[in-house]
Design a protein around this ligand. Structure first.
Ligand SMILES: Nc1ncnc2c1ncn2[C@@H]1O[C@H](COP(=O)(O)OP(=O)(O)O)[C@@H](O)[C@H]1O
Ligand SMILES: [Mg+2]
Length: 241
């Protein structure tokens, strides 16, 4: 079974080196991404405004309208990418408060309902019976869970199961999100936390690198295990302080 993430069970030393190299790389990529995003934002908003003017100038049946639509669609797409980039590049300022992880998980599940849509996806929960209240940033951790759940749903084109299990292991609150989707090929598993790594036609590839950053900033770890064609399991461990 292939493994990756900063929660992997290799030698401690290797693990720490790998983790710090990955964090540095993410921080560096983040700074470059933020500068590029800022530089693109202004000219892009000029393009959007001018296109809006053109749209108003042409009658709907004009042969030019379809080109205006194409420009509009693509500027919106670029704008979306820029926002994703900025979200990813900005290190989150954490608003740490005691919150129930189980409530956050329920909220994340609720928010991805539209993603599940008409797919036959069964959600199975096995929650730890004691308290799940720990200190964390609710919004950011919700993002972590939602990102991982959305990926799970996207890995199951028509049907499948998503298991959400929680457990307390010593000083860690552990959340496992498992799917029965397509899985991740062994040679790719090491790259899935890289910024811009995506195997999806319309994927941005920033979800997991953002997720990684949030978990690490909480002092936690995230790891993945997968077997190609058999699904994947993401393990998020957060310190119970
Ligand atoms: N549950 C999963 N099952 C299979 N592959 C996954 C799963 N989660 C993530 N991946 C792989 O990791 C890649 C990166 O994920 P992510 O950073 O969220 O970017 P995106 O979803 O935009 O592609 C995905 O494109 C996919 O190849
Ligand atoms: Mg994603």
């Amino acid at each position: 079974m292939a493994k990756s993430g900063n929660g992997i069970s290799r030698e401690q030393v290797d693990h720490r080196e790998e983790e710090s190299v990955l964090s540095e790389r993410l921080a560096f990529t983040g700074r470059i991404a933020a500068s590029i995003a800022h530089e693109i934002r202004n000219p892009l908003s000029n393009v959007s405004m001018s296109v809006q003017q053109l749209r108003e100038a042409f009658p709907e049946d004009s042969p030019w309208t379809k080109h205006v639509e194409i420009i509009t669609r693509n500027t919106e797409r670029i704008n979306f990418l820029i926002i994703e980039l900025l979200n990813c590049a900005r290190p989150p300022k954490l608003n740490i408060q005691p919150h129930s992880i189980h409530e956050i998980l329920e909220g994340s599940l609720d928010s991805i309902k539209t993603k599940i849509g008409s797919k036959q996806i069964e959600v199975r929960k096995k929650f730890f019976r004691g308290s799940s209240v720990i200190n964390l940033d609710k919004e950011q951790i919700n993002r972590v869970f939602s990102n991982v759940m959305i990926n799970a749903v996207e890995a199951m084109p028509d049907e499948g199961r998503m298991h959400i299990d929680t457990e307390v292991e010593g000083k860690l609150f552990v959340v496992k999100i498992r799917d029965t989707g397509q899985g991740i090929p062994e040679e790719d598993i090491i790259r899935i936390f890289d910024p811009f790594y995506s195997t999806k036609s319309s994927g941005v590839g920033l979800g997991l690198s953002m997720t990684y950053g949030i978990v690490v900033s909480h002092g936690g770890t995230i790891g993945v295990e997968s077997e190609w064609k058999r699904g994947a399991v993401f393990t998020i461990s957060l310190p119970v302080k």
